[in-house]
Design a binder for this molecule. Structure first.
Ligand SMILES: Nc1ncnc2c1ncn2[C@@H]1O[C@H](COP(=O)(O)OP(=O)(O)OP(=O)(O)O)[C@@H](O)[C@H]1O
Ligand SMILES: [Mg+2]
Length: 255
C-alpha cells in the first residue's frame, strides 16, 4: 500500500512546491509509482510541470467538491514519469463549499484512499495556510514533510504548525506523524545559514533529512520551462540534492 506524504508549511515561499515537483520526479526516476496531488489553488506544481491548467477540462476541484472519480482528472506525465492531479484557482472556493459538508476534513482522505493501491508514494503540495485545504491534506496523509527555508526566521511559525499536526493527530487522524524536515535554499557561504542548520538539527535531531537543498538559480528557472530539475539540469547541485532526498525518503519508508 502506498505512503501518503503531505508537504506543509503555512509560511509562503519556503520551497514546498519545488520540493514536491522534484521529489516526485526523483522518486519516479528511482522506480517508484508516484502521484503528485496539487492542493494549492495557485497551481504552481501543475504549471511548474508544464501543465496548462486553464486548458484542462478537469482538475482536483472536480474530485474534491463535485465527487467525480479520480480517473477524470489524473494526468500521466510521460516526461517526469509520474501522475499528477492538477489544481485550479477554483479550489480557492472549495474551502467555503466544503464548509457545510459532513466530515469536511476527510474529503481528500476518502478520495485518495481509493488510489493508495496504485502508487508507492502519493505526495500532496499544500497551499501556504493552515486552512481547510491544508487540513484535508494532513488528514489524508500518513506523514508530513516540512520544508524549512535556511534563514534567520526559519523556526518562526514552526511551533504553530507542529501544534496543528498534534491537533489533527489527536482529533481527526491518529496515524499522522512528522516524517521529516527538509532544509531548503541553503547557501553554504552564508555563516548564518550554517548556524540555522545547526539550530534546527539541535531541535529536531534525526527528523531533519541529511540531504540539504542548496540555493541555486537553476531550481528557480526550471518551472518556467515546465520541467523538473532532472529534465532541466540533472548535473546541477540542486538535482543531486533532490535525488539524495528521494533516496532518503525511500529508505525511511522501508524502516
Ligand atoms: N533551492 C532553491 N534555490 C533557488 N530558488 C528556489 C529554491 N527553492 C525554491 N526556489 C524559488 O523560491 C520561490 C518559492 O519556492 P516554492 O514556490 O517552491 O515555495 P512554496 O513554499 O511552494 O511557496 P508558496 O507558499 O507560495 O506555495 C520560487 O520562486 C522558487 O523557484
Ligand atoms: Mg507552493
Amino acid at each position: 500500500m502506498g505512503k501518503i506524504i503531505s508537504l506543509v508549511n503555512q509560511k509562503g515561499g519556503v520551497g514546498k512546491t519545488t520540493t514536491s515537483i522534484n521529489l516526485a520526479t526523483y522518486l519516479a526516476k528511482l522506480g517508484k509509482r508516484v502521484l503528485l496531488v496539487d492542493l494549492d489553488p495557485q497551481a504552481n506544481a501543475s504549471s511548474g510541470l508544464g501543465v496548462e491548467v486553464q486548458r484542462l477540462q478537469k482538475n482536483l476541484y472536480h474530485n474534491l467538491v463535485l465527487k467525480e472519480p479520480l480517473a477524470n482528472s489524473v494526468l500521466k506525465l510521460e516526461v517526469s514519469g509520474h501522475d499528477l492531479i492538477p489544481a485550479h484557482a477554483d479550489l480557492a472556493g472549495a474551502s467555503v463549499e466544503l464548509s457545510n459538508v459532513n466530515n469536511r476534513e476527510y474529503q481528500l482522505y476518502e478520495m485518495l484512499n481509493q488510489a493508495r493501491d496504485y502508487y508507492d508514494f502519493i505526495l500532496i503540495d499544500s497551499p501556504p495556510s493552515l486552512g481547510l485545504l491544508t487540513i484535508n491534506g494532513l488528514v489524508a496523509a500518513d506523514e508530513v514533510i516540512i520544508p524549512v527555508q535556511t534563514e534567520y526566521f526559519a523556526l518562526e511559525g514552526l511551533g504553530q504548525l507542529l501544534n496543528t499536526i498534534d491537533l489533527v493527530r489527536d482529533n481527526l487522524q491518529p496515524r499522522l506523524v512528522l516524517g521529516g524536515i527538509v532544509m531548503t535554499m541553503f547557501d553554504r557561504r552564508n555563516r548564518l545559514a550554517n548556524q540555522v542548520i545547526k539550530e534546527v538539527r539541535g531541535h529536531f535531531a534525526d527528523k531533519v533529512f541529511d540531504a540539504v537543498i542548496p540555493r541555486t538559480v537553476r531550481l528557480a528557472e526550471a518551472p518556467s520551462f515546465g520541467q523538473s530539475i532532472l529534465q532541466f539540469d540533472r548535473f546541477n547541485k540542486g538535482a543531486r540534492a533532490y535525488r539524495a532526498l528521494a533516496e532518503e525518503v525511500i529508505q525511511r519508508a522501508q524502516q
